[in-house]
Design a protein around this ligand. Structure first.
Ligand code: NAG
Ligand code: NAG
Ligand code: NAG
Ligand code: NAG
Length: 383
């Protein structure tokens, strides 16, 4: 399984079960090399079907990921062996690391890669619980996840699109207008009350480090602190809001008593207890209501988060969100990594690595995503 060998950090405690044998894999490589040039004339037309991700992704099938085991130093979550309600035990255990992601048919390939990367680099993968928020066809999503990750601890939550559909105003990129994109504002309502903290992750990223380190971010300094995320104080904060916003004193005053910096909402550690106590969902919705009446920003779900939280969050090391790898929101040009270490790579922006890889036009860094791709290719011998 070449796809599982490129981890860059400690995976000593990970015992993967290799499924394909080396000679078979070599054969595959050779076959692939010979077939590629001749098949390119037919794959040219594949770009037609690839452009319609909605219909093509629903027919995708995915490989099974290996089982990942806890290292000996991990605490064990005790469960009742004769009880099929163990999900609740995991969910409410203090030892569990909670990860929340959205799941839809368009981005499922990205989500699968993200889940695999989280497990592969975790020292206690059996203690991770995934909370997946979906808005359509849970049967298909449930089947897809449980076939590829038979050992995964997860729960699916239905997100009612109608909650936000009346609040969404069109942004500069149509993909940002998808209701599920706003589900991150509703995690505190969806996830069970016993869960105190969750790491929210976008679907277009991979981790190359232990998520436990991110999840352990210290949030307690100030009781009003609800979130932690990498902050970018050199980014031009002004540009995230319209002149209408800045020229209206009653609006722009919202930032007057805080040193507001940009942060990306694709990777956040959220204190759900404080979120619920402060009813931050309503605060976000209030800004969205205003946006419906007067255009105060151009992007989708990000600006309301900045309005409510910027300047009041705990800074996380930049290594935990090397964002922008998808390029800008218009052309999706290739981007390079920011200086410094890397624990998480994030293809935010227009270009997605799986789309560029399929089109045979990958950016150099897309090669780092490819090893986590679980898509079953026609050349694969896995099934
Ligand atoms: C490729 O796509 C073009 C335009 O969509 C179509 O006219 C042509 O017949 C297709 N070729 C094949 C081999 O499917
Ligand atoms: C993609 O396919 C879906 C379902 O078949 C269809 O509703 C949609 O219009 C198509 N989109 C494009 C851009 O072709
Ligand atoms: C949902 O997915 C299942 C399994 O693939 C399929 O049988 C069903 O028709 C789908 N339902 C809808 C509403 O698309
Ligand atoms: C920041 O962005 C605003 C609005 O887009 C622009 O007017 C301003 O010149 C920018 N400032 C800097 C320092 O680039």
């Amino acid at each position: 399984m070449k796809t599982l060998l490129t981890s860059t950090t400690n995976t000593l405690n990970m015992k993967s079960i290799p499924k394909s044998k080396p000679p078979l894999f070599l054969f595959f490589l050779i076959l692939h090399l010979f077939l590629l040039p001749t098949s390119s004339s037919t794959t040219n037309n594949a770009s037609n079907s690839n452009s319609n991700t909605t219909s093509s992704s629903t027919t995708h099938s995915f490989k099974e990921a290996p089982k990942f085991y806890n290292s000996p130093k991990c605490s064990t979550i005790t469960i009742d062996t004769d009880n099929n309600n163990n999900n609740n035990k995991y969910i409410c255990s203090e030892e569990t690391i909670h990860v929340a992601m959205t799941l839809d048919t368009t981005y499922i390939r990205g989500s699968m890669a993200a889940v695999l990367s989280v497990l592969q680099h975790s020292s206690c993968p059996e203690n991770i619980f995934f909370h997946f928020i979906y808005s359509s066809n849970n049967t298909l999503l449930h089947t897809t996840i449980s076939k590829s990750f038979p050992y995964l601890k997860f729960q699916l939550y239905n997100f009612d699109n109608s909650i936000v559909s009346g609040l969404i105003s069109t942004s500069i990129r149509s993909a940002l207008d998808c209701p599920l994109n706003y589900a991150r504002s509703y995690l505190a309502n969806l996830i069970p009350l016993c869960v105190k903290r969750v790491v929210y992750l976008d679907s277009d990223l991979i981790l190359v480090d232990d998520i436990a380190k991110l999840a352990a971010t210290e949030l307690s300094q100030n009781e009003n602190t609800v979130l932690a995320a990498p902050q970018y104080c050199n980014a031009n904060f002004t540009s995230y809001f319209t002149p209408t916003f800045w020229s209206n004193p009653s609006l722009s005053l919202t930032f007057s008593n805080r040193k507001a910096c940009y942060f990306n909402t694709g990777v956040m550690v959220i204190d759900l207890l404080r979120w619920r106590a402060g009813d931050y969902t309503t605060k976000i919705e209030e800004w969205m209501e205003l946006q419906k009446r007067m255009r105060i920003y151009e992007l989708g779900s990000l600006p309301p988060f900045l309005l409510v939280f910027a300047g009041n969050i705990v800074s996380v090391d930049h290594r935990w969100n090397q964002h922008g790898l998808g390029g800008d929101n218009f052309r999706g040009l290739c981007r390079d990594l920011h200086p410094g270490p890397v624990s998480l790579l994030h293809w935010s922006g227009k270009g997605k690595p799986w789309v560029r890889l399929d089109a045979n036009r990958p950016c150099p860094l897309d090669a780092l995503w490819a090893p986590y791709d679980l898509l079953q290719t026609p050349f694969s011998f896995d099934s």
